[in-house]
Design a protein around this ligand. Structure first.
Ligand SMILES: [Zn+2]
Length: 130
């Protein structure tokens, strides 16, 4: 069972999430999630659900809302195509930094997925180009 860790732009197993929260509960990565499924809880709560169907529904509900939120931000009419590309690249760079941070802290955390590095390395327009 896995769900989305927003700042990592990735699905991560809920048991790994629970261990990471226990190891460093004050990390901003684990601040209370305000999605409807989590309702202000830290993401680890999903791991502790006993009923597998409930756990799956919670993991999916959280993931869906986070993915929709990321999408809404990315397709915002306030952003032009160049801004969208730059924004996505910044999201990917921040997610890679989060992976490194957890590794450097000695936590049992997966390495950054290849897709994230590939997204980050996609060519984007320069900030100064018009
Ligand atoms: Zn949530």
């Amino acid at each position: 069972m896995a769900t989305v860790v927003r700042d990592c732009l990735s699905f991560v197993a809920v048991d790994k999430i629970a261990r990471a929260v226990q190891a460093d509960p004050e990390n901003s990565l684990w601040m209370a999630c305000t999605c409807q499924a989590c309702a202000g809880r830290q993401l680890e709560w999903i791991h502790y659900l006993r009923d597998r169907d409930e756990q799956q529904a919670a993991a999916f509900g959280h993931a869906l809302e986070i993915l929709f939120d990321l999408r809404d931000h990315l397709v915002s009419p306030a952003l032009n195509p160049k801004d969208r590309q730059l924004s996505w690249r910044e999201h990917c760079g921040a997610a890679l930094a989060r992976y490194d941070e957890l590794h450097d802290a000695g936590q049992e955390w997966p390495t950054a997925p290849n897709f994230l590095r590939q997204w980050f390395n996609l060519p984007v327009p320069s900030r100064t180009a018009s």
